[in-house]
Structures are given as structure tokens and as C-alpha cells.
Design a binder for this molecule. Sequence first.
Ligand code: ZN
Ligand code: ZN
Ligand code: FE
Length: 772
Amino acid sequence: MNDLEDIVRHSLTIRGTVQGVGMRPFIFRTARELGLTGLVRNAAGEVQIEVQGMQRRIAEFAARLRGEAPPGASIDAVTATRIEQVYGEREFKILASAARGARRPAISPDLATCAECFTEINRLSFSRRAAYAFTSCSHCGPRYSIAEDLPYDRATTTMRAFAMCDSCATEYCDPADRRFHAQPIACPRCGPELTLLDAAGNRIGNGTQAISRAAKAIADGKIVAIKGVGGFQLIVDATDAPAVARLRTRKRRPHKPFALMMPNVASVRTCCHLSEDELRILAGPAAPIVILRRRSTSCVVPNVAPENPWLGVMIPYSPLHRLLLDEVDRPVVCTSGNLSDEPICIDNREALSRLADIADLFLVHDRAIARPLDDSIARASNGRIEILRRARGYTPLPIRIESNGPITLALGAHQKNTIGLAIGGEVTLSQHLGDLQSAEARSAYLRTIDELLRLFDVVPELLACDLHPDYASTAVGEDLAERFAIPLVRVQHHRAHIAACLAEHRLEGPALGLAWDGTGYGTDGTVWGGEALRFDGGEFTRIGHLKAFPLIGGEAAIRDPRRAAVGLLLEAASNDLEAISSRWFSAADLRAFRAMAERGLNSPLSSSVGRLFDAVAAIFGVCERPTFDGQAAMQLEWTLDDGADRAGAYPMPLSDSAATFVFDWTPMLSAILADLRERRSAALISARFHNALVEAACSIAERAGVEQIALGGGCFQNSYLCRRLEARLHGAGFRVCRPRQIPANDGAIAFGQIAIARNLWEKGRNVPRSTR
Ligand code: ZN
Ligand code: ZN
Ligand code: FE
């Protein structure tokens, strides 16, 4: 018997948790080590292998599959059959998934209830779905929030728990019916049911009665948790100040604005100014929270959004919301069902335990939510939408990019995080996942990574993460790089902001990117956040930045504007340091801070515009102790009045330091302190400060020598700053773009990481395992 005769080919199929866990790279390595040829690929829920070689080597291969599989894998079954060998095969290959491309997900985001369905659920209608809270059709209703797997089909959604009645089945099968193949189809006879529970979990009502009792409780000032489309929401009467105050205390959320739901567009108009553009977003299929200018005559009590001239407003986007709001008949607070900073609850039992100390009643149902999806937030500006938080209604709509390459998974940053998955020229950005601060948030983050890879049935070939060595997302990137044995590209945070903006607008540069945000890890180890980055030929050059100042206490200064203020005053050697600091700190504290700054002890230098906002807000007392991220900058913006455009600007000259331009805020600081001594108004000081930033941006634009300007970073959620800067730059002949379909904040980072990692790859660069 010669060797050739001893060579066989087997086909093996492995089932279990075998996709998205690094199975194919593991199989590839094992086959190579054993000198076997063949192929491996993913196919609907299984891994298919063909191996060819010496019989005993194949036996060893099969044994190692079970014994040494990656930690995330769990193998339920291996079937093997002998097949005809392939002559002349020389290597073992990983093939594209059998259904890659074919399995490109045809899955829609969740859609707001359509007009026809709203008509049917009217209590007075003769439809069998009158007052039925789970009415939907092929034009509307839940989609991504009920999809457990792909392809999207009744059997792969959480609706599989409900057997259709004959009437529903007839509609479902009739191509002429509005409910033809509408997967969430249901009616009161066969579909999900509502239940009202008290805080102890006792059932106190069903169906329409549950809605009426919940509505009455809300009118009585009670806090009601309802199971919405993408998760639990907490509802309280927005015209009842003590009730809102109770929610603030119980939710441990002292100041952050609450979103509202109003019964209909007419009630929105009585509380807010509503333009045609804003109406289109508000009443559109995504039905996000829309940021609207509040009317002074609004019946919404001030503590819904303290000191805030804006309100975040939704209108009912599901039958349940409509039926409830019709009965409550007034604006309600409608905020995520969670404690501050934790992920939103989606499960009845989990809600009853996690929200036990917050809600008085629970309006729940038996249709499971497949994944948490917060309400999205958007606003209109210059006739276009600007998404500030991307989740329900938008996720998982793919975003096309002008790039093709390996399957790329981007892990984002830390705050307001999202994950990005690029397959071919399409990027799916995960829903907003929040800050990766809590253990709950981190596990939701890991679940989302696994879920995206599973849904799309791909194994990543390239990874991207932030440059920050201590981010939880960076550690996950390192683990995945190890697990899949694929390259990990570390992308500088502000480059990612600008790359995201350019990729969204499909621009290749050259461009000047202004990346202004809270904090990001710089290539020089300092804390960046006020950057001017020139992008040309795929390369970023930092051509300018805000003059750096120490953040006393590092992380502590990020949460405490008073420390940023002391750092700013110390750096400027201001005579007012003692006087201002004594408002907050003892003389001994100040001595310690000074020593820390001088020796650079836990006082990293920062060029962050976000921290400059903090410092200025603290110095003139607008916001000294914020309770939510971005509060100081928002409060500065909220003090602006109609005279802002004509208020003039503080001096913020651009000085050269070696090769880069530095925005020097020291003359501005002196001018602010002088205005404070003269007791000028907060509106005036804030306006001059905002205008100084605009003028500084314009002067660096003049020097960069490019026509295209790209904006990115959380500071550009400031609508006055954006409006004025765009107007000034347009006036000077520049083209300006900023994030629209993706948020300006760190929700965009994953998207930018994909653009940069792909770019490196496409250029045929050797992408090292750890690119710094
Ligand atoms: Zn419909
Ligand atoms: Zn039915
Ligand atoms: Fe950022």
C-alpha cells in the first residue's frame, strides 16, 4: 500500500456554538500542523470542513477538534463522511461563508406604527384589533427588537412563541393582504397579552383594563414601568413636579434631562416649537426622541429638563404607547428603564428586580425583546437630520462606505460606545451601548459583539480598537486578536472621529479635521481633545491643538470642572487663582494641587476643548458639580441668548510652537476674568467664549490650505457652535461636513476605526498585530 492510496478525504460537519468563536482559524491552524489539505467554511449554523491526508492524521485532527477547541466554542455534534479525494490540492483554506453575501441580513430596524394600524386599534373601530396593543403589519412594527436570528422569519423571531390563529394565518398567507408575511402578525386571539403588575409582581389587570389602570396610576403621580419596543421605559406625569422629582430621586438622576412622550403632534406644538423638518423626523418611521425648542408656555414642569431651553420629545410609536397616551392625555416623561448608566432592562423578571425601587407598577407583556435598544435621539439642523444617539429605529441599517476589504470588527472607545462590523462595503453600527463603566454595561457589550458576528454569520478578519491602553474595549480587542489570530489595529481616537465624518460623507481628502471632545488618548501620551488634524493621502498630521493644561487628579478632573479650572488658572499663572480656588478648595488642597501640577503627578496635560468648557463653566459658576457627562458644556450653551452672534469674541490667538499651531487661551482667560469683575452677564461671557472657539477654528482653517473641513467629537453636539462655525467657514469659501447619520460623539468611533483599519489594509501595509 503506497502513501497515495492511504490518502483519504473526509467531510466533517460541526454543530454547536461554533460560529464567531474563532473556530475556523483554529481548524485552519490544526489542519496545517497535521499537514492536511482541504477547506473550512461557515454555513447556516454549522462549520463545514473537508480534510484530506493520511487516515491517521485525519483521526488525530478529529480528536483535536473536540479536545482543543477555542474556549468560546461548544461542540454538540461532529458528523463525518468519507468523500472522493481531490487531486492536486496543495493547501488548507478558509473559504468565505457558504451564505456570505446571500446571508447579508435583510433585516429592518423597528418601525413606528403606520397610520392604517393606528386606525385599526382605535377603540371605536370595528376591527378585531381594536385596542389591541400588538397590532402591526408589513409596513410597521417591531423588527430588529424581535429578531433572534437570520434570515428574518416568524420562526427566528420572539413571535415564534405564538401560534397564529386561522384569521391571522389567512392574512399572513394572502399576497393581497397588508399583513402578507408580516412576521409580528398577531391579534387578541392568538398574540401577546398585556398584564399590569404591582411592585411585588402581583397581577392586577389584563388587556385594555391593564392600560386603563396604568393610565390612571400615571395621572395619580405614580411611576409606571412599561415594556416598550426595545426595552423597559419609566413613565411619569410630566406636568406633576413632585412625581418627576420622585423619579429623579429613585433613578438617582438629579439633573440630566428626561425625554418626553406626548399624545400627538398637536400636543407637541403646544409645548415646543416644531419646524417642518423636525415634524418629519418626529413622525417618521424611526420615531426618535427629537430635540425641540421648548415654549415658555409649556405645561411640562421645569424639573423634567432643568435650566434647559430644549426638550427631547417623542410621539407614540407603538400601539401600546398610543393606547396608553390616549388615556393619560398629557405629556409624560418616558425614560429608559434602568438606573443611571446601566443598560436598559428587557426582561420581565429582570425589570421587576432591577426596577423594584423605582417603579410603582409594571405594564408588561409576553412578547420577548431580543436585545436592548434605547430610544434614538435626533435633531434637525440646516434641513438635515443629525443623529445624536443611534439605536431603535436606525439599527441595524447598514451604512455604505467607499471601501472594500476584510471583514472588520471595530470595538469603539469607552463612553457612549458602539461596535462596528464591516462586511464588504457595508458597515453595521451596533445600537448605542452606553459607557463601559459598569460590569452590566461590559457584559452587554460582549453579548453584542457575539450577537453581531452570529447574526451576520461571519468571523472577523481584521480588528480595530482605540489607542487607549486602559479602555475595556481595548482589552476586548486584544483578547479577540488572540482568539481569532488576526491583526488588531489601534486607532488614535481623534483620527477616528475625523475618519468617521469623512467616511460617512464619502470624502477622501485632503481635509482639515477639527476633533473637539472630552478626552482621547493622544499619540504622545497626553490627553487630546482640541485637535486640528490634516488628512491627506490617507495620512493624518496633527497641525494644531489647544494649548495644554494640567488635569489635576487625572480621571477626577474629567468629572470635576473645578479641578479643570484650577489647572487652567495654574497653567496661566493667574493672579485670580487663590480667590477662585478658595470657593471650592482649602489652601492646603490648592498647595497640593500646585505641587501635583508642577511635578506632573497624576496631572496629565490635556489639550481638550471639552475640558476647557468645563473650566470656563466652573470659573464663572454656571456649573461646578455636574451630575452627567457634558453637563458643564451644555449649561454654558444654555446661557446663550439671541444676542450671541453680535457679542464679539474673546482673543484666542494661534501661536506657532515648532511645527504645530497652538490655540492660546491665556488672553481669553484674562478677558473672561475681567468681564467677571465687571459683572457682565453670563449670556455675554458665554457668547464671547463660544465665538472665540469659532474664530480660532476659522484661523486654523485659513492656514491649513485645504478647502474641505470635517468636524467630529462631542463638542459638536453644541448647536450654537456648529451653526456659527459652519456659517463662518462657508462664508470664507470652505466646504464643511459633520456627522449626520452617526453621532458626533464617541458613538462614531467604531465607524471611524473601520475606515482607518481598512485603509491601512487596502494600501497593502503590513498591519502588525499591535499597531501603535
Ligand atoms: Zn401597520
Ligand atoms: Zn390572530
Ligand atoms: Fe471622543
